[in-house]
Design a protein. Structure first.
Length: 405
C-alpha cells in the first residue's frame, strides 16, 4: 500500500477536526480484544476493568474470543469457536452489525496492537475513531508477518494509549506521532486490596512464624522466577531460614506468544536445590483468595529478565501489592520503573545482579521499619495515582477529545 493512500485511509487525527465533541453519555465504545476474561493475566484484568468502568457513563459493547460455560450480560459478544482466525472474522462481522444498529458508538477501541487492524477497518468503514491500547510485547513480538499485518497499522489510529513510558518509546519507534500518543497506567481496585482490618493471614496459611516473599503473575520466561529460585533463594534462606516463597500463577496456556513450560522448570530447580519446604506454587487464584495472600506477604519480588523478544510493559501486580501496603523489589526493566518509585515504594536492581537482589531482600525482611515505610508510601502512591477513578478520568478525557462524525 502506498504511503499517500495509507495516510488518506488511516490518517492520524492528532488535532481535533471540525465537528462537535461527543458528550460522555453519547460517545459509545465498541471494544475488540483477544485478551479478555476468563483468560487470566494483567492485560485481561486491565481491559475487563476498563470496560466495566466506562460502561457506567456510556454505551459500550465488547467483542471477545470464544469461551465455554461463561455467564455474561448482553454487552459481551463472543466468537462461536476458538482460534484467532475465527475471532478476527467474527469481530468484523459482529462489529459491522453492531455499528449499523447502534449509531451512538463513535469509538472503536482495540485491546492491543494485535487487533488494531480490525478496529481500523471498522472505524474507516463507518467514519468512527480508532483507539488502540498497547502494552509492550504486542509491539515487539518478533514475527515479521505479525509486524506487517498488525503493528504497522497502529500509527494510523486516532489515539494510541501506552501503559508506561517505556511502552510509549516502543510506539514512537514504530512511527506513532506524539500528538496521537498518550501514557495512561493501569488501574488497581483499591478497595479489594486495602489492608485495613487485616487479620493474621499468615496463621491461616500456616506461616505464622515465617517471612513471606511473594510473586504473582503468568509464569512467562521473562518473569525470571526460575532464575530467582536458583540464584537468589538459597542465599536468602541461608540468611533468613524462616523464609517462604509463594508463587501465584501458572503457565500462560492461552497465550499466543508464551509456550514454554516454565512451571515445570521452577519445580525442577526447587527439587534440585532441596527448597521444597521454602517454596509453594499456588497456581491461579480468584481475586478474593489472592487478597488473602497479599495480606500474608512481607515483600513482592519481580525479578524480570531483559529479553530481546519479550518485555514487561508495566507490572500490574506491583500496584496490587502497593494497594495492600507491600513494597516491591524488582529489576529495572521495561515499564517497571513506572510502577516502582525507586527508594520510596520499593527497590530496583539491575537485571542479572542476583547478589544485589538477594541482599536487598534480606535487608528489607530484617528491617521492619524500612519495609513498613516503603509499603506505606507505596499504598499512598497507589491511592493517589493508580485508583480506577483517576485512571478512568484519563480515558474519558481521550474519548471526549475525539469529535463525533
Amino acid at each position: 500500500m502506498r504511503t499517500g493512500y495509507a495516510q488518506a485511509m488511516f490518517g492520524c487525527s492528532g488535532k481535533s477536526s471540525a465537528g462537535a465533541v461527543a458528550k460522555a453519555e453519547e460517545c459509545g465504545v465498541l471494544v475488540i480484544s483477544w485478551n479478555f476474561p476468563p483468560k487470566q493475566g494483567g492485560m485481561e484484568d486491565l481491559i475487563s476493568n476498563l470496560c466495566k468502568h466506562l460502561r457506567r457513563s456510556r454505551p459500550l459493547f465488547a467483542i471477545a474470543p470464544h469461551a465455554d460455560s461463561i455467564n455474561e450480560e448482553g454487552w459481551v459478544f463472543r466468537a462461536p469457536k476458538g482460534g484467532l482466525p475465527t475471532f478476527a472474522i467474527y469481530a468484523l462481522y459482529k462489529g459491522y452489525s453492531l455499528l449499523r444498529s447502534f449509531r451512538e458508538v463513535h469509538v472503536i477501541l482495540a485491546g492491543s496492537a494485535m487487533v488494531a487492524p480490525l478496529a481500523l477497518i471498522l472505524a474507516r468503514l463507518f467514519g468512527k475513531k480508532a483507539v488502540v491500547l498497547v502494552h509492550g510485547l504486542d509491539l515487539i513480538y518478533p514475527n515479521g508477518l505479525y509486524q506487517i499485518t498488525c503493528v504497522r497499522w497502529i500509527k494510523y489510529c486516532d489515539r494510541v494509549i501506552a501503559n508506561s513510558e517505556h511502552t510509549a518509546s516502543l510506539a514512537r519507534e514504530r512511527k506513532v506521532r506524539e500528538s496521537c500518543l498518550q501514557v495512561i497506567p493501569p488501574g488497581v481496585d483499591l478497595a479489594l486490596f486495602d489492608p485495613s482490618g487485616f487479620r493474621d493471614a499468615k496463621a491461616g496459611l500456616g506461616l505464622k512464624d515465617h517471612k513471606v516473599i511473594l510473586f504473582v503473575g503468568r509464569l512467562a520466561r521473562r518473569k525470571g522466577v526460575a532464575e530467582f529460585v536458583q540464584n537468589c533463594l538459597p542465599q536468602i534462606i541461608a540468611e533468613i531460614p524462616e523464609v517462604v516463597f509463594l508463587i501465584v500463577g501458572g503457565n500462560p496456556k492461552d497465550s499466543l506468544a508464551h509456550r514454554d513450560d516454565v512451571q515445570s522448570e521452577i519445580e525442577a530447580r526447587v527439587r534440585e536445590a532441596n527448597l521444597s519446604s521454602h517454596v509453594r506454587l499456588l497456581g491461579w487464584m480468584t481475586d478474593e483468595k489472592l487478597t488473602e495472600i497479599y495480606k500474608a506477604a512481607d515483600l513482592l519480588v519481580m525479578p524480570v529478565l531483559p529479553l530481546k523478544d519479550d518485555v514487561e510493559g508495566f507490572g500490574i501486580v506491583i500496584l496490587e501489592a502497593a494497594a495492600a501496603g507491600i513494597p516491591t523489589v524488582a529489576t529495572r526493566v521495561g515499564g517497571i520503573p513506572d510502577a516502582v518509585e525507586e527508594g520510596k515504594s520499593g527497590i530496583l536492581v539491575e537485571p542479572g545482579d542476583y547478589a544485589e537482589m538477594s541482599q536487598v531482600v534480606v535487608e528489607l525482611l530484617r528491617d521492619d521499619r524500612t519495609r513498613f515505610a516503603l509499603g506505606n508510601y507505596a499504598q499512598k502512591r497507589a491511592r493517589e495515582k493508580f485508583g480506577w477513578k483517576s485512571v478512568i478520568e484519563k480515558h474519558e478525557d481521550i474519548l471526549k477529545s475525539l469529535p463525533a462524525q
